[in-house]
Design a protein around this ligand. Structure first.
Ligand code: EPS
Length: 397
């Protein structure tokens, strides 16, 4: 089973991660991780920090001659901005000069609850670790699982379908064409747009909405769609709550900073319909092959993969660092005051899609490892091929 942890403060020396449980024999390159890190840095509406950083992962263990060796992979991403923060974030000696304490919490951020929970007299430590900067480490960690899946023909992709009021409409056909080629082809197309949207009208509306929000000192959220193609049936299980694939995927996506809602397929739309309008009928072709004409279940039935494309949709709230302040108070003086501003992004929805791709990868890899077992890539690959061919046989194809 793949497990990983990240460490690092937004303006500390580095972010890091340890990924444990990667099978041996998976071809891995730092380049692939750096490509994903660069994708995460993109997107219209990002703040000044992305001009400072060029995130690169240094791989410190677990890899030999370009392949994993089954031992933990440790990696580090240095924060270039650290050199500007050595006083504010000094690790050991408190600087002799005054470092201003932060005592005004931003509504909607971790500031207030984090300060109360950990008992700080300064909100700075909360800001540092709750920052979405941490997602750089998660993208690097998740890319290891992602390359493992890719080598087995399982791809993960995403696009954006809403940024604030700008909504993508009627892109379903275009979307399914990309998905037929594998989910990464959808991501390649989405990456051509500064907001990772497929339609030009929606893209223009989104760019205008971000410009307007920025001009008003405001921020915008949005909706991302995540797709996983090439999965066999029967990953995950209905027998126990913690083996349900839908629950694990939703938890992974929900764990991304500012994500507030996740659905599998058009779940909220399905809730307004009757069963006969929702469930995907099972047809057999002339040769006895299973055929489905719809995928309203989003690729998961009974908490297991159905063999169709998995489709997750996630809602990101607008970032809570606003240049035009909301009402707050000073936790030291208890005086009402406008909220303070911390450098941030106007909109990070495009980046959140890239992060979502990375965080679902270990979940899918674990469901696969649970089904097939195995410690070396070749062993797992053979077992998957055998399983896939048994599925083909069982439906007479
Ligand atoms: C981010 C780095 C951060 C923010 C942003 C994402 O850097 P800084 O705080 O130095 O500007 O730009 O963080 C947040 C949105 C947040 O809520 O904290 C990054 O690397 O993605």
């Amino acid at each position: 089973m793949i497990r990983y942890f990240t460490a690092g403060e937004s303006h500390g020396p580095a972010l890091s991660a340890i990924v444990e449980g990667m099978p041996a024999g998976v071809p891995v390159s730092a380049e692939e991780i750096n490509i994903q890190l660069a994708r995460r840095q993109q997107g219209y509406g990002r703040g000044g920090r992305m001009k400072i950083e060029t995130d690169q992962a240094e791989l410190l263990s677990g890899i030999r001659f370009g392949k994993t060796i089954g031992s933990p992979v440790a990696l580090v991403i240095r924060n270039r901005d650290w050199e500007n923060w050595t006083k504010v974030m000094a690790q050991f000696e408190k600087p002799t000069e005054e470092v201003a304490k932060i005592t005004i919490p931003r509504p909607g951020h971790a500031d207030l609850a984090g300060r109360i929970k950990y008992g700080f007299d300064d909100i700075r430590p909360v800001i540092e670790r709750s920052s979405a900067r941490e997602t750089a480490a998660r993208v690097a960690a998740g890319t290891l699982a992602r390359v493992f899946l890719k080598a087995l023909g399982i791809e993960i992709g995403s696009c954006v379908t809403a940024i604030g009021p700008a909504t993508e409409l009627g892109s379903e056909e275009q979307l399914s064409l990309f998905l037929e080629e594998g989910a990464e082809s959808l991501s390649r197309q989405a990456d051509l747009s500064p907001v990772r949207m497929l339609g030009k009208d929606a893209e223009s509306a989104a760019l205008a909405a971000i410009d307007a929000a920025k001009a008003n000192g405001d921020t915008l959220g949005g909706i991302i769609e995540i797709f996983i193609t090439g999965l066999p049936q029967g990953l995950g299980s209905y027998v126990q709550h913690d083996r349900r694939l839908d629950a694990a995927l939703a938890a992974a996506v929900m764990s991304i900073q500012a994500i507030k809602g996740v659905e599998i397929g058009p779940a909220f739309e399905n809730a307004r319909k009757s069963g006969s309008q929702v469930h995907d009928e099972l047809h057999l072709s002339g040769s006895g092959e299973l055929v489905r004409k719809s995928n309203r279940a989003g690729g998961i039935e009974g908490s297991m993969s159905s063999g169709q494309t998995i489709h997750l949709r996630a809602a990101m709230k607008p970032i809570s660092s606003l240049l035009s302040p909301l009402q707050s108070f000073d936790i030291e003086t208890l005086q009402p005051t406008p909220s303070r501003f911390e450098r941030s992004d106007t909109c990070a929805v495009p980046a959140a899609g890239v992060v979502a791709e990375a965080v679902v990868a270990p979940v899918i890899a674990n469901a696969l490892l649970e089904k097939l077992g195995g410690d070396h890539f070749d062993e797992i690959s053979e077992r998957l091929e055998r399983y896939r061919s048994s599925l083909r046989k069982s439906f007479g194809a």
